[in-house]
Ligand binder design. Sequence first.
Ligand SMILES: [Zn+2]
Length: 137
Amino acid sequence: MPGQAPEQKGQPGIESRPGIFGAAFFALCPRCGAKGLFKGLTAFAPRCTSCGLDYSSFNVGDGPAAFLTMVIGALVLGFGLWVQLTFDLPLWLLLVLLAPIIAGATIWGLRVSKAALLAAEFQRGAAEASGKDIKPE
Ligand SMILES: [Zn+2]
């Protein structure tokens, strides 16, 4: 394809590379845009079935989980207080109402944030520091 860098020639789907938000919200491979970034609810597939990108080489870590705990906790607490003060539900009913909201928001948030971090790492070529990164004085 004209206009492509030599290292991109022959690579599948390079022209359809999704942005970070597209990859995050639709769980797309950051290199080729194919679906199937996750193999379970929040676990990455080992590699892309279309272009072979190795997802295990990216280190997303636990950053999204800590951030989501605070954000989802604050949102659900506010919603729970509003429901309780408005409708005065029994405590057991409030817990039954909030439990699926907490679980769904956590799983959805983890998927989106982990996919966004993986796509950002891919686009910026982020990697673990190695010995060659140390500058001699
Ligand atoms: Zn791919």
